[in-house]
Design a protein around this ligand. Structure first.
Ligand code: AMP
Ligand code: ZN
Length: 114
């Protein structure tokens, strides 16, 4: 999608610190990290939000989690723990309308979230 920030990152029109890439997925460090490890894991295909998912997206949504597991190991947070978050819509504070899995770790995280 031409006017989407994360599609522009996928297309390398906007730079990002890439943590992982393959033909289906891109993972990059959040520009405003909320934890020592804060990586965004996104499908290369544009999907706006959880509310826009279709049955065809089941595989990619599962795959994002497999990449999270791999990155957790790589960034040494798989034993200490980490949180995966998808914000959906205004009340959740979704700012970018291209679905993304936040992976947060490297510090004790509060619960419930604000
Ligand atoms: P959300 O509020 O769930 O939509 O999350 C959007 C996230 O994207 C925020 O945590 C931002 O800090 C992050 N973000 C915005 N622009 C960029 C960028 N150019 N590179 C990396 N992360 C970004
Ligand atoms: Zn997009």
């Amino acid at each position: 999608m031409t006017n989407c920030l994360f599609c522009k990152i996928v297309a390398k029109k906007i730079p990002a610190k890439i943590a992982y890439e393959d033909d289906k997925v891109l993972a990059f460090h959040d520009i405003g990290p909320q934890a020592p490890v804060h990586i965004l894991i996104i499908p290369k295909k544009h999907i706006s939000s959880i509310s826009d998912l279709s049955g065809q997206d089941c595989e990619i949504m599962g795959y994002l989690h497999l990449i999270a597991k791999k990155l957790a190991k790589e960034y040494k947070i798989e034993k200490s723990g980490f949180r995966l978050v998808i914000n959906n819509g205004a009340d959740a504070g979704q700012a970018v309308s291209h679905i993304h899995l936040h992976m947060l770790g490297g510090r004790k995280l509060q619960w419930p979230p604000g």
